[in-house]
Design a protein around this ligand. Structure first.
Ligand SMILES: Nc1ncnc2c1ncn2[C@@H]1O[C@H](COP(=O)(O)OP(=O)(O)OP(=O)(O)O)[C@@H](O)[C@H]1O
Length: 281
């Protein structure tokens, strides 16, 4: 038995050092354009087309849209982790087009990404413990606030998992390890790119509850990429709806889901099982 069975909130999270409040938005994106070259035809197309968004400190913002609408490209460009494209992106007030490499390296830990495939995110040759050791060696001061066993406790995993390798973890356990690795860095922004869609339905709710808890207790902002509107509604304050690279509608979740103004948003909502998105948090 390796998961710590808990019914409520992981108590230790309540003692997590909160990210200092700041008036500076964690992320500001203005008129971002990112182009890709189509592998088949060779034609260049806009995967992200004139997108603007803003995430305040501690805010939870979702980007939704069908597969291929540009969500991941937007998230990667906006966090400096993928092709940057054109337009202005400011991470914690620093423009990515003007920032020095050294400064960007310093900013990196402030943004942590949790991907869809947890096993693909973990090095198969490293145990959980040695993976954490490597992260700690990169950022000794930043990561010294907590020991390995306590860190795993915060994502509701037992310490005996520390000596396991990724292939010895379930999908849910591996995703919690990924979340723990993100948490270790005390980020100001967590980007979660379809963090539950690779998981069994039975563990999806647990991972979402954990993300929600982390968000409220640590003060980190969240950029959630998802095609699952029910997930977004349960976790996010604001939603941006993407269609073919463009944001066609954006606003508070309650407003967008309750009274969508755009035809595509309406279609997206209509495609969801009614009870899932209509039920409120
Ligand atoms: N490196 C790349 N080179 C060429 N085209 C790419 C590249 N990455 C993404 N694309 C294309 O850009 C478009 C947007 O892809 P992206 O992954 O951003 O969409 P998405 O909304 O995140 O999709 P999904 O929900 O399936 O992950 C798609 O047509 C995709 O095939």
């Amino acid at each position: 038995m390796s998961e710590v069975v808990e019914t409520g909130v992981p108590g230790d999270l309540a003692r997590h050092p909160r990210t200092p409040a700041s008036d500076t938005p964690v992320l500001e994106v203005d008129d971002l354009v990112v182009e890709h070259r189509d592998g088949g035809t060779g034609a260049v197309f806009r995967a992200v087309d004139q997108v603007s968004l803003r995430i305040a400190a501690g805010e939870s913002v979702a980007v939704v849209g069908e597969s291929g609408s540009g969500k991941t490209t937007l998230a990667m460009a906006a966090t400096g982790l993928g092709p940057r494209g054109q337009g202005d992106v400011r991470l914690l007030g620093h423009s990515l087009s003007a920032i020095s490499r050294t400064r960007l390296r310093r900013l990196r830990p402030e943004v942590q990404v949790v991907f869809q495939d947890p096993h693909g995110s973990l090095d198969p040759r490293q145990s959980v413990r040695s993976g954490l050791r490597e992260l700690r060696a990169l950022q000794p001061e930043r990561t010294s606030w907590i020991g390995d066993a306590d860190l795993l406790g915060r994502v509701r995993l037992a310490a005996d998992l520390l000596d396991r390798y990724p292939h010895q973890l379930s999908g849910g356990q591996a995703q919690r390890v990924c979340i723990a690795r993100a948490l270790l860095m005390r980020p100001r922004l967590i980007v979660a790119d379809e963090p539950t869609s690779g998981l069994d339905v039975s563990v999806q709710a647990d991972v979402l509850a954990l993300l929600r808890q982390i968000r409220t207790t640590t003060g980190a902002a969240l950029l959630m990429i998802s095609h699952d509107l029910a997930v977004v509604r349960s976790l996010c304050d604001v939603v941006h709806v993407m269609y073919r690279g463009r944001v066609v509608e954006a606003g508070p979740c309650d407003r967008v889901f309750g009274a969508p103004e755009n035809d595509y948003t309406r279609e997206l909502l209509a495609a969801m099982p009614g009870a899932r998105w209509r039920s409120r948090r």
